[in-house]
Write a protein that binds this ligand. Sequence first.
Ligand code: ADP
Length: 456
Amino acid sequence: NLADDPNPATLLRLQHMFEVTGDKLSQISKHMMAEMKKGLASDDQTMKMIPTHVVRRPKGNETGSYLALDLGGTNFRVCEISLDGHGGTRSRQSKHTVTDDLKSGTGEALFDFFAECVKNFLKNDGQHEYTDKEIESRSYKLGFTFSFAVNQVSINEGYLMLWNKGFSASDCIGKNVVVLLQDAFKRKRLNISVTALVNDTTGTLVSHAYTAPDTYVGVILGTGTNAAYVEKIENVVKFKSHGNAKDMIINTEWGAFDDEMVVIPRTKYDHKVDRGTAHYKTWTFEKLISGMYLGEIVRYVLADLVKTGEIFAAGGSKTLGVQYAFETAYMSRIERDHSLDLSDVRTVLEDLMHIPSTTLADRRLVRAICEMIGKRAARLSAAGIAAIVTKMNKLDGCTVGIDGSLFELYPHFSNRMRDALHEILGFSADNIVLEQARDGSGQGAALIAALADTLT
Ligand code: ADP
Protein backbone atom coordinates (compact mmCIF):
# COMPACT_ATOMS: atom_id res chain seq x y z
CA ASN A 1 0.00 0.00 0.00
CA LEU A 2 1.67 3.21 -1.23
CA ALA A 3 -0.13 5.32 1.38
CA ASP A 4 1.95 3.52 4.02
CA ASP A 5 5.21 4.76 2.50
CA PRO A 6 6.75 8.06 3.50
CA ASN A 7 6.74 10.86 0.93
CA PRO A 8 9.66 10.01 -1.40
CA ALA A 9 10.56 13.67 -1.88
CA THR A 10 10.94 14.16 1.89
CA LEU A 11 13.00 11.01 2.21
CA LEU A 12 15.31 11.91 -0.65
CA ARG A 13 15.86 15.43 0.60
CA LEU A 14 16.84 14.21 4.07
CA GLN A 15 18.94 11.35 2.75
CA HIS A 16 20.89 13.80 0.66
CA MET A 17 21.48 16.04 3.70
CA PHE A 18 22.77 13.30 5.99
CA GLU A 19 24.65 11.20 3.47
CA VAL A 20 28.44 11.07 3.76
CA THR A 21 29.85 9.29 0.69
CA GLY A 22 32.91 7.07 0.71
CA ASP A 23 34.91 9.77 -1.09
CA LYS A 24 33.91 12.33 1.49
CA LEU A 25 34.90 9.93 4.29
CA SER A 26 38.36 9.54 2.76
CA GLN A 27 38.70 13.30 2.59
CA ILE A 28 37.63 13.62 6.24
CA SER A 29 40.09 10.94 7.26
CA LYS A 30 42.97 12.68 5.46
CA HIS A 31 42.06 15.98 7.06
CA MET A 32 42.04 14.38 10.50
CA MET A 33 45.53 12.97 9.91
CA ALA A 34 46.77 16.46 9.06
CA GLU A 35 45.10 17.87 12.17
CA MET A 36 46.65 15.14 14.32
CA LYS A 37 50.10 16.11 13.06
CA LYS A 38 49.42 19.77 13.87
CA GLY A 39 48.30 18.84 17.39
CA LEU A 40 51.45 16.76 17.91
CA ALA A 41 53.60 19.68 16.77
CA SER A 42 52.27 22.45 19.01
CA ASP A 43 49.78 23.38 21.73
CA ASP A 44 46.44 25.10 21.21
CA GLN A 45 45.48 23.19 18.08
CA THR A 46 41.96 21.93 17.35
CA MET A 47 42.96 18.39 18.21
CA LYS A 48 44.76 18.67 21.54
CA MET A 49 46.75 15.42 21.14
CA ILE A 50 47.55 15.28 24.86
CA PRO A 51 50.62 13.23 25.88
CA THR A 52 49.35 10.85 28.60
CA HIS A 53 52.80 9.89 29.92
CA VAL A 54 51.76 6.27 29.62
CA VAL A 55 54.74 4.84 27.78
CA ARG A 56 53.93 1.16 27.94
CA ARG A 57 51.06 -1.10 27.17
CA PRO A 58 50.52 -4.04 29.53
CA LYS A 59 51.98 -7.44 28.66
CA GLY A 60 49.22 -9.39 30.38
CA ASN A 61 51.55 -10.71 33.07
CA GLU A 62 51.05 -7.84 35.52
CA THR A 63 49.99 -8.90 38.99
CA GLY A 64 48.85 -7.30 42.22
CA SER A 65 45.84 -5.62 43.69
CA TYR A 66 44.97 -2.01 42.90
CA LEU A 67 42.20 0.44 43.57
CA ALA A 68 40.62 2.53 40.84
CA LEU A 69 38.35 5.56 40.97
CA ASP A 70 36.38 6.49 37.92
CA LEU A 71 34.73 9.88 37.61
CA GLY A 72 33.17 10.19 34.16
CA GLY A 73 30.09 12.34 34.51
CA THR A 74 27.04 11.48 36.56
CA ASN A 75 28.46 8.34 38.08
CA PHE A 76 31.41 7.79 40.28
CA ARG A 77 32.76 4.29 40.77
CA VAL A 78 35.25 2.70 43.14
CA CYS A 79 36.83 -0.59 42.06
CA GLU A 80 39.34 -3.01 43.45
CA ILE A 81 41.07 -5.01 40.79
CA SER A 82 43.32 -8.02 41.24
CA LEU A 83 45.51 -8.75 38.25
CA ASP A 84 46.19 -12.49 38.04
CA GLY A 85 49.16 -12.27 35.67
CA HIS A 86 47.44 -14.20 32.89
CA GLY A 87 45.41 -11.42 31.29
CA GLY A 88 42.60 -12.01 33.74
CA THR A 89 41.22 -9.94 36.57
CA ARG A 90 38.92 -10.17 39.49
CA SER A 91 37.17 -7.11 40.64
CA ARG A 92 34.44 -5.72 42.79
CA GLN A 93 33.05 -2.25 42.58
CA SER A 94 30.64 0.22 44.10
CA LYS A 95 28.78 2.87 42.16
CA HIS A 96 27.65 6.26 43.47
CA THR A 97 25.78 9.20 42.07
CA VAL A 98 27.41 12.61 42.25
CA THR A 99 24.59 14.95 43.23
CA ASP A 100 24.16 18.40 41.72
CA ASP A 101 24.95 19.90 45.14
CA LEU A 102 28.31 18.14 45.18
CA LYS A 103 29.04 19.13 41.58
CA SER A 104 28.51 22.81 42.34
CA GLY A 105 29.73 22.94 45.98
CA THR A 106 33.28 23.28 47.21
CA GLY A 107 36.08 21.22 45.74
CA GLU A 108 36.94 20.02 49.23
CA ALA A 109 33.43 18.64 49.78
CA LEU A 110 33.53 16.91 46.39
CA PHE A 111 36.86 15.21 47.05
CA ASP A 112 35.86 14.38 50.63
CA PHE A 113 32.87 12.58 49.14
CA PHE A 114 35.16 10.52 46.91
CA ALA A 115 37.37 9.65 49.89
CA GLU A 116 34.35 8.73 51.99
CA CYS A 117 33.08 6.38 49.25
CA VAL A 118 36.49 4.72 49.10
CA LYS A 119 36.59 4.32 52.87
CA ASN A 120 33.16 2.68 52.94
CA PHE A 121 34.17 0.46 50.04
CA LEU A 122 37.26 -0.73 51.93
CA LYS A 123 35.41 -1.18 55.21
CA ASN A 124 33.06 -3.73 53.78
CA ASP A 125 34.29 -6.08 51.06
CA GLY A 126 31.07 -8.06 50.97
CA GLN A 127 32.46 -10.73 53.30
CA HIS A 128 34.05 -8.86 56.18
CA GLU A 129 33.39 -5.67 58.03
CA TYR A 130 36.66 -3.93 58.94
CA THR A 131 37.25 -1.31 61.61
CA ASP A 132 38.59 2.16 60.83
CA LYS A 133 41.85 1.13 62.50
CA GLU A 134 42.26 -1.92 60.29
CA ILE A 135 41.62 0.14 57.15
CA GLU A 136 43.96 2.92 58.24
CA SER A 137 46.83 0.52 58.93
CA ARG A 138 46.85 -0.87 55.40
CA SER A 139 48.37 0.79 52.36
CA TYR A 140 46.95 0.86 48.86
CA LYS A 141 47.85 2.05 45.36
CA LEU A 142 45.23 3.73 43.26
CA GLY A 143 44.62 4.75 39.62
CA PHE A 144 42.33 7.76 39.11
CA THR A 145 40.26 7.94 35.93
CA PHE A 146 39.28 11.55 35.63
CA SER A 147 37.59 12.30 32.31
CA PHE A 148 37.88 16.07 32.24
CA ALA A 149 40.32 18.31 30.43
CA VAL A 150 43.54 18.28 32.42
CA ASN A 151 46.96 19.52 31.56
CA GLN A 152 48.83 16.33 32.33
CA VAL A 153 52.49 16.85 33.15
CA SER A 154 53.37 13.41 34.45
CA ILE A 155 51.74 10.04 35.05
CA ASN A 156 50.30 11.26 38.36
CA GLU A 157 50.17 15.01 38.00
CA GLY A 158 47.53 16.91 36.04
CA TYR A 159 46.03 20.36 36.40
CA LEU A 160 42.32 20.84 35.77
CA MET A 161 41.84 23.23 32.84
CA LEU A 162 38.06 23.61 32.97
CA TRP A 163 35.01 21.77 34.19
CA ASN A 164 32.26 20.56 31.88
CA LYS A 165 29.38 18.04 32.03
CA GLY A 166 27.60 20.08 34.74
CA PHE A 167 30.50 20.37 37.20
CA SER A 168 31.53 23.70 38.73
CA ALA A 169 33.02 22.80 42.15
CA SER A 170 35.10 25.65 43.55
CA ASP A 171 38.87 25.79 44.07
CA CYS A 172 39.68 23.06 41.54
CA ILE A 173 40.57 24.88 38.32
CA GLY A 174 44.33 25.11 37.95
CA LYS A 175 44.87 22.56 40.72
CA ASN A 176 46.58 19.20 40.47
CA VAL A 177 43.62 16.85 40.85
CA VAL A 178 45.88 14.08 42.17
CA VAL A 179 46.84 16.30 45.10
CA LEU A 180 43.19 17.22 45.70
CA LEU A 181 42.35 13.53 45.95
CA GLN A 182 45.46 12.65 47.95
CA ASP A 183 44.69 15.40 50.49
CA ALA A 184 41.13 14.13 50.90
CA PHE A 185 42.51 10.64 51.63
CA LYS A 186 44.81 12.14 54.25
CA ARG A 187 41.87 13.92 55.91
CA LYS A 188 40.23 10.49 56.24
CA ARG A 189 43.52 8.95 57.45
CA LEU A 190 43.60 6.61 54.49
CA ASN A 191 47.01 5.41 53.42
CA ILE A 192 46.32 5.45 49.69
CA SER A 193 48.84 6.57 47.16
CA VAL A 194 47.46 7.91 43.86
CA THR A 195 50.00 6.57 41.38
CA ALA A 196 48.26 7.24 38.06
CA LEU A 197 45.93 9.83 36.57
CA VAL A 198 44.13 8.49 33.51
CA ASN A 199 41.69 9.59 30.83
CA ASP A 200 38.93 7.10 29.95
CA THR A 201 40.18 6.54 26.38
CA THR A 202 43.63 5.64 27.67
CA GLY A 203 42.05 3.37 30.28
CA THR A 204 40.09 1.62 27.54
CA LEU A 205 43.18 1.12 25.37
CA VAL A 206 45.30 -0.23 28.20
CA SER A 207 42.62 -2.44 29.65
CA HIS A 208 41.81 -3.99 26.28
CA ALA A 209 45.51 -4.52 25.60
CA TYR A 210 45.72 -6.61 28.78
CA THR A 211 43.61 -9.33 27.16
CA ALA A 212 44.18 -8.46 23.47
CA PRO A 213 47.86 -7.47 23.21
CA ASP A 214 47.46 -6.24 19.63
CA THR A 215 45.34 -3.28 20.82
CA TYR A 216 46.81 0.07 19.77
CA VAL A 217 43.68 2.26 19.80
CA GLY A 218 41.03 2.95 22.46
CA VAL A 219 37.78 4.65 21.49
CA ILE A 220 34.86 5.94 23.55
CA LEU A 221 31.42 6.02 21.94
CA GLY A 222 29.16 6.94 24.86
CA THR A 223 27.86 10.26 26.17
CA GLY A 224 30.79 11.80 24.35
CA THR A 225 33.37 10.45 21.92
CA ASN A 226 37.15 10.42 22.00
CA ALA A 227 40.11 8.23 21.06
CA ALA A 228 43.62 7.45 22.25
CA TYR A 229 46.38 5.59 20.40
CA VAL A 230 50.03 4.63 20.59
CA GLU A 231 52.36 7.15 18.95
CA LYS A 232 56.11 7.21 18.48
CA ILE A 233 57.54 9.78 20.89
CA GLU A 234 59.80 11.14 18.12
CA ASN A 235 56.60 12.18 16.31
CA VAL A 236 55.33 14.11 19.34
CA VAL A 237 57.29 17.18 18.35
CA LYS A 238 55.86 19.39 21.13
CA PHE A 239 56.89 16.92 23.84
CA LYS A 240 60.33 17.28 25.32
CA SER A 241 61.15 13.66 25.83
CA HIS A 242 62.88 12.42 28.92
CA GLY A 243 63.92 8.85 29.42
CA ASN A 244 64.36 6.31 26.71
CA ALA A 245 60.78 5.23 26.06
CA LYS A 246 59.96 4.97 22.35
CA ASP A 247 56.16 5.11 22.41
CA MET A 248 53.54 7.02 24.33
CA ILE A 249 49.76 6.87 24.39
CA ILE A 250 48.27 10.09 23.04
CA ASN A 251 44.79 11.27 24.00
CA THR A 252 43.56 12.85 20.75
CA GLU A 253 40.46 14.68 22.10
CA TRP A 254 38.98 14.10 18.64
CA GLY A 255 35.62 15.41 19.83
CA ALA A 256 36.83 18.86 18.78
CA PHE A 257 37.96 17.73 15.31
CA ASP A 258 36.80 20.03 12.48
CA ASP A 259 35.64 22.80 14.83
CA GLU A 260 36.62 25.10 11.96
CA MET A 261 33.87 23.30 10.00
CA VAL A 262 35.88 22.96 6.82
CA VAL A 263 35.51 19.31 5.86
CA ILE A 264 32.40 17.63 7.29
CA PRO A 265 29.10 18.64 5.68
CA ARG A 266 26.67 19.82 8.35
CA THR A 267 22.91 20.24 8.17
CA LYS A 268 20.82 23.06 9.57
CA TYR A 269 19.75 20.60 12.28
CA ASP A 270 23.35 20.11 13.40
CA HIS A 271 23.70 23.87 13.73
CA LYS A 272 20.52 23.98 15.83
CA VAL A 273 21.90 21.33 18.20
CA ASP A 274 25.18 23.24 18.41
CA ARG A 275 23.43 26.53 19.23
CA GLY A 276 21.55 24.79 22.05
CA THR A 277 24.73 23.73 23.85
CA ALA A 278 26.80 25.63 26.42
CA HIS A 279 29.90 25.34 24.25
CA TYR A 280 28.77 26.67 20.87
CA LYS A 281 31.04 25.93 17.89
CA THR A 282 33.26 23.62 19.92
CA TRP A 283 33.23 19.82 20.27
CA THR A 284 31.50 19.76 16.88
CA PHE A 285 32.72 16.30 15.80
CA GLU A 286 31.31 14.90 19.04
CA LYS A 287 27.99 16.61 18.35
CA LEU A 288 27.57 14.62 15.11
CA ILE A 289 28.47 11.30 16.70
CA SER A 290 27.88 10.75 20.40
CA GLY A 291 25.00 9.52 22.53
CA MET A 292 24.37 12.89 24.11
CA TYR A 293 23.41 14.48 20.78
CA LEU A 294 22.06 11.98 18.23
CA GLY A 295 18.50 11.96 19.60
CA GLU A 296 18.59 15.74 19.74
CA ILE A 297 19.35 15.91 15.99
CA VAL A 298 16.38 13.60 15.32
CA ARG A 299 14.17 15.82 17.48
CA TYR A 300 15.03 18.94 15.44
CA VAL A 301 14.33 17.10 12.17
CA LEU A 302 10.93 15.90 13.42
CA ALA A 303 9.98 19.33 14.76
CA ASP A 304 10.83 20.82 11.37
CA LEU A 305 8.78 18.21 9.48
CA VAL A 306 5.79 18.95 11.72
CA LYS A 307 6.15 22.60 10.77
CA THR A 308 6.26 21.85 7.03
CA GLY A 309 3.32 19.48 7.36
CA GLU A 310 5.34 16.48 6.18
CA ILE A 311 4.75 14.32 9.27
CA PHE A 312 2.16 13.73 12.06
CA ALA A 313 -0.97 15.25 10.45
CA ALA A 314 -2.55 15.62 13.90
CA GLY A 315 0.41 17.74 15.04
CA GLY A 316 3.50 17.35 17.21
CA SER A 317 3.62 17.56 21.00
CA LYS A 318 4.98 19.71 23.79
CA THR A 319 7.51 17.00 24.55
CA LEU A 320 8.87 17.25 21.02
CA GLY A 321 9.72 20.88 21.82
CA VAL A 322 11.72 20.00 24.94
CA GLN A 323 15.51 20.00 24.60
CA TYR A 324 17.03 16.51 24.77
CA ALA A 325 13.57 14.91 25.21
CA PHE A 326 14.23 12.53 22.31
CA GLU A 327 16.82 10.17 23.76
CA THR A 328 19.43 8.38 21.69
CA ALA A 329 18.24 5.15 23.31
CA TYR A 330 14.88 5.73 21.53
CA MET A 331 16.72 5.59 18.20
CA SER A 332 18.10 2.18 19.16
CA ARG A 333 14.61 1.00 19.99
CA ILE A 334 13.21 2.37 16.75
CA GLU A 335 15.92 0.83 14.59
CA ARG A 336 15.45 -2.50 16.34
CA ASP A 337 11.72 -2.59 15.56
CA HIS A 338 11.13 -4.97 12.65
CA SER A 339 7.41 -5.52 13.23
CA LEU A 340 5.07 -5.00 10.26
CA ASP A 341 3.22 -2.07 11.81
CA LEU A 342 6.28 -0.71 13.66
CA SER A 343 4.50 -1.02 16.99
CA ASP A 344 7.52 -0.17 19.12
CA VAL A 345 8.12 2.97 17.06
CA ARG A 346 4.52 3.83 17.86
CA THR A 347 5.18 3.35 21.58
CA VAL A 348 8.18 5.69 21.45
CA LEU A 349 6.35 8.37 19.48
CA GLU A 350 2.90 8.22 21.07
CA ASP A 351 3.63 7.11 24.66
CA LEU A 352 7.06 8.60 25.27
CA MET A 353 7.03 11.63 22.97
CA HIS A 354 3.24 12.18 23.34
CA ILE A 355 2.58 12.61 19.61
CA PRO A 356 -1.27 12.43 19.42
CA SER A 357 -1.37 9.95 16.54
CA THR A 358 0.94 8.46 13.94
CA THR A 359 0.40 6.67 10.63
CA LEU A 360 2.52 3.79 9.37
CA ALA A 361 4.04 6.21 6.84
CA ASP A 362 5.03 8.54 9.72
CA ARG A 363 6.62 5.70 11.62
CA ARG A 364 8.53 4.50 8.56
CA LEU A 365 9.78 8.03 8.01
CA VAL A 366 10.96 8.33 11.63
CA ARG A 367 12.72 4.98 11.36
CA ALA A 368 14.44 6.10 8.16
CA ILE A 369 15.55 9.36 9.82
CA CYS A 370 17.06 7.50 12.78
CA GLU A 371 18.88 5.25 10.33
CA MET A 372 20.35 8.22 8.43
CA ILE A 373 21.58 9.94 11.59
CA GLY A 374 22.81 6.75 13.27
CA LYS A 375 24.61 5.69 10.10
CA ARG A 376 26.29 9.05 9.66
CA ALA A 377 27.58 8.86 13.26
CA ALA A 378 29.01 5.37 12.73
CA ARG A 379 30.63 6.36 9.42
CA LEU A 380 32.23 9.52 10.84
CA SER A 381 33.68 7.64 13.80
CA ALA A 382 35.09 5.08 11.35
CA ALA A 383 36.74 7.93 9.42
CA GLY A 384 38.47 8.87 12.68
CA ILE A 385 39.67 5.31 13.26
CA ALA A 386 40.91 5.09 9.66
CA ALA A 387 42.91 8.28 10.22
CA ILE A 388 44.52 6.94 13.40
CA VAL A 389 45.33 3.50 12.04
CA THR A 390 46.84 5.00 8.88
CA LYS A 391 48.81 7.56 10.91
CA MET A 392 50.21 4.70 13.04
CA ASN A 393 51.16 2.64 9.99
CA LYS A 394 49.10 -0.24 11.32
CA LEU A 395 47.14 -1.05 8.17
CA ASP A 396 48.68 -4.52 8.30
CA GLY A 397 46.71 -5.24 11.43
CA CYS A 398 45.69 -4.07 14.88
CA THR A 399 42.81 -4.14 17.34
CA VAL A 400 40.67 -1.18 18.35
CA GLY A 401 39.03 -1.47 21.79
CA ILE A 402 35.75 0.46 21.89
CA ASP A 403 33.76 1.27 25.03
CA GLY A 404 30.45 3.07 25.49
CA SER A 405 26.73 2.44 25.33
CA LEU A 406 26.38 3.77 21.81
CA PHE A 407 28.74 1.16 20.37
CA GLU A 408 27.44 -1.54 22.66
CA LEU A 409 23.71 -1.00 22.31
CA TYR A 410 22.92 0.82 19.07
CA PRO A 411 21.92 -1.80 16.48
CA HIS A 412 24.18 -2.12 13.41
CA PHE A 413 26.58 0.52 14.73
CA SER A 414 29.67 -1.66 14.40
CA ASN A 415 28.62 -3.06 10.99
CA ARG A 416 28.14 0.44 9.70
CA MET A 417 31.58 1.42 10.99
CA ARG A 418 33.04 -1.64 9.31
CA ASP A 419 31.39 -0.81 5.95
CA ALA A 420 32.74 2.72 6.13
CA LEU A 421 36.24 1.46 7.03
CA HIS A 422 36.14 -0.67 3.88
CA GLU A 423 35.13 2.30 1.76
CA ILE A 424 38.05 4.32 3.14
CA LEU A 425 40.79 1.69 3.46
CA GLY A 426 39.81 -0.98 0.92
CA PHE A 427 41.01 -4.50 1.71
CA SER A 428 43.25 -3.25 4.52
CA ALA A 429 40.08 -2.73 6.55
CA ASP A 430 39.98 -6.52 6.97
CA ASN A 431 43.07 -6.26 9.17
CA ILE A 432 41.49 -3.83 11.60
CA VAL A 433 39.57 -5.53 14.40
CA LEU A 434 36.88 -3.47 16.14
CA GLU A 435 36.14 -4.98 19.54
CA GLN A 436 33.85 -4.15 22.41
CA ALA A 437 35.89 -3.19 25.46
CA ARG A 438 34.12 -3.40 28.79
CA ASP A 439 34.74 -1.39 31.93
CA GLY A 440 37.88 -0.01 30.36
CA SER A 441 38.17 2.97 32.62
CA GLY A 442 38.25 1.13 35.95
CA GLN A 443 40.46 -1.76 34.97
CA GLY A 444 42.61 0.50 32.80
CA ALA A 445 43.31 2.86 35.70
CA ALA A 446 44.33 -0.08 37.89
CA LEU A 447 46.59 -1.42 35.15
CA ILE A 448 48.22 1.94 34.59
CA ALA A 449 48.78 2.18 38.34
CA ALA A 450 50.47 -1.24 38.07
CA LEU A 451 52.60 -0.13 35.11
CA ALA A 452 53.55 3.09 36.90
CA ASP A 453 54.56 0.92 39.84
CA THR A 454 57.08 -1.03 37.82
CA LEU A 455 58.57 2.19 36.45
CA THR A 456 59.45 3.64 39.82
P1 ADP B 1 29.50 7.44 29.61
O1 ADP B 1 29.96 7.70 28.22
O2 ADP B 1 28.87 8.65 30.24
O3 ADP B 1 30.55 6.82 30.48
P2 ADP B 1 27.78 5.38 28.50
O4 ADP B 1 28.86 4.71 27.73
O5 ADP B 1 26.79 4.49 29.18
O6 ADP B 1 28.32 6.37 29.59
O7 ADP B 1 27.00 6.32 27.49
C1 ADP B 1 25.84 6.98 27.84
C2 ADP B 1 25.22 7.50 26.56
O8 ADP B 1 24.73 6.40 25.81
C3 ADP B 1 24.04 8.44 26.78
O9 ADP B 1 24.28 9.63 26.05
C4 ADP B 1 22.85 7.73 26.17
O10 ADP B 1 22.10 8.59 25.35
C5 ADP B 1 23.45 6.68 25.29
N1 ADP B 1 22.66 5.44 25.36
C6 ADP B 1 22.17 4.81 26.44
N2 ADP B 1 21.46 3.71 26.08
C7 ADP B 1 21.53 3.65 24.74
C8 ADP B 1 21.00 2.76 23.76
N3 ADP B 1 20.25 1.73 24.08
N4 ADP B 1 21.30 3.02 22.47
C9 ADP B 1 22.05 4.08 22.13
N5 ADP B 1 22.55 4.95 22.99
C10 ADP B 1 22.30 4.75 24.28
